[in-house]
Design a protein around this ligand. Structure first.
Ligand SMILES: [Zn+2]
Ligand SMILES: [Zn+2]
Length: 397
């Protein structure tokens, strides 16, 4: 290890640099050379290792003293006054020196402060509604598990007379580095949650009988909730402020939300506050005009169509759509498409009437069997094509 660079040189600091200067220098280098930032770059990795090693030594007053006195020899097996120095992960990382830096570098991803107050999680309950329930609103009962801090152990999970003990794996920090045998192999391993205590920093030997060591008890709570008019799939309604999961370390509780899943309708297509539908009208009404029944979610309404209404005409019925879920007085419209329905089964009388009408349009007044056959075959391109095109023109009007 004779060609090892001087640690001060590695970090680019003077021999009398103070702790904050050492930290600052390492932070700059770690950020620049971290393997996460330079994936696959061997040179950057080597530089990162070198800087990490220098920092591990110089940030520790005792090791720094040894290094100042003996140089690299201080940490080479059996040599120097240190009597052989082994890198100890708990020493290096348990103290928080690296953890602080990595949390600075990676926005807290790598280290996790188990003592910080955190807001409890929200509880989100999916609620299925029919199409009508979503449009008109409804009352529903919802149930969920309401978690509370265990009263027997005050949430620490330990049986009366005992207490949680400091986790020996992580030395109470809640995080560990991957335990490679060599310090130089740890590089890609950033602090992770301690597998023994799940990041709590403590372990419970004698678990509380009430909560089985979880620190929480839960009871089923049922709420009656008012679903307003106009909700739709994806609408989230706050139904229990502060009734979500308990906070951690004095943080506030989360909330309870209901998230709507609304069924679709066969008759209406919903787009936000607007409803779309199709309304069949007879050929006679389309031609002569008349009152037609339009189905709406509020019941049938009569709509007067103008003579000569074409199939596909869209009609807007104001206020027959959906209420805004918050501004309940704001109501959308129904847009219905008028479609001329072609009768598929007619009785003899109806057929005769229709034939008579058709003939009247052509100026022919007699009805013959031959014509019946013809009318069922309008698409054939024979000598009848002239008549066929006449019919088509008529229907286009
Ligand atoms: Zn308990
Ligand atoms: Zn632990």
């Amino acid at each position: 290890m004779a060609d090892k660079r001087d640690y001060y040189e590695v970090l680019g600091i003077s021999k009398d640099a103070d702790d904050s200067q050492i930290k600052k220098a390492y932070r700059v280098l770690a950020k620049k050379y971290h393997p996460d930032v330079n994936p696959g770059d061997k040179e950057a990795e080597a530089k990162f290792k070198e800087a990490s090693e220098a920092y591990a030594i110089l940030s520790d007053p005792e090791k720094r003293k040894q290094y100042d006195q003996y140089g690299h020899a201080a940490f080479e097996g059996g040599a120097g006054g240190a009597g052989g120095f082994e890198f100890n992960f708990d020493d290096i990382f348990g103290g928080g020196g690296f953890g602080d830096i990595f949390s600075d570098l990676f926005g807290g991803r790598s280290s996790y402060n188990s003592n910080a107050a955190r807001r409890g999680q929200d509880i989100i309950i999916n609620l299925r509604l029919t199409f009508e329930e979503a449009i008109f609103g409804c009352k529903k009962q919802i149930s969920f598990q309401y978690k509370e801090v265990c009263k027997s152990c005050n949430g620490n999970g330990a049986e009366k007379g005992s207490a949680p003990e400091k986790c020996t794996k992580c030395n109470g920090t809640g995080r560990v580095m991957m335990q490679n045998s060599s310090f130089f192999g740890m590089i890609s391993n950033i602090a992770t949650t301690c597998p023994v205590c799940s990041g709590k920093g403590t372990v419970i030997k004698n678990k509380c009988k009430t909560c089985r060591g979880t620190g929480y008890t839960s009871t089923k709570k049922t709420l009656e909730v008012d679903i307003p008019k106009g909700v739709n799939t994806g609408t989230r309604i706050s139904v229990g402020r502060g009734m979500g999961e308990p906070g951690v370390n004095g943080g506030p509780r989360g909330n309870v939300y209901v998230q709507i899943i609304a069924a679709e309708s066969r008759e209406f297509v919903r787009d936000n506050l607007t409803l779309y539908s199709e309304t069949p009208i007879s050929f006679a009404d389309a031609t002569l005009g008349g009152d037609v029944k339009v189905k709406t979610v509020y019941g049938d309404v009569l709509y007067t169509i103008k003579p000569g209404t074409k199939t596909g005409t869209r009609v807007r019925l104001k206020g027959k759509g959906v209420s805004h879920p918050v501004r309940q007085n704001e109501v959308g419209d129904l847009i219905t498409t008028l479609t001329i329905s072609v009768p598929t089964s007619l009785n003899k009388k109806q057929k005769e009437a229709l034939r008579a009408f058709d003939n009247a349009m052509k100026g022919i007044y007699d009805t013959k069997e031959k014509e019946d056959v013809e009318s069922e075959n309008t698409s054939s391109k024979t000598e009848k094509s002239e008549k066929s095109s006449k019919k088509k023109n008529f229907f286009k009007k």
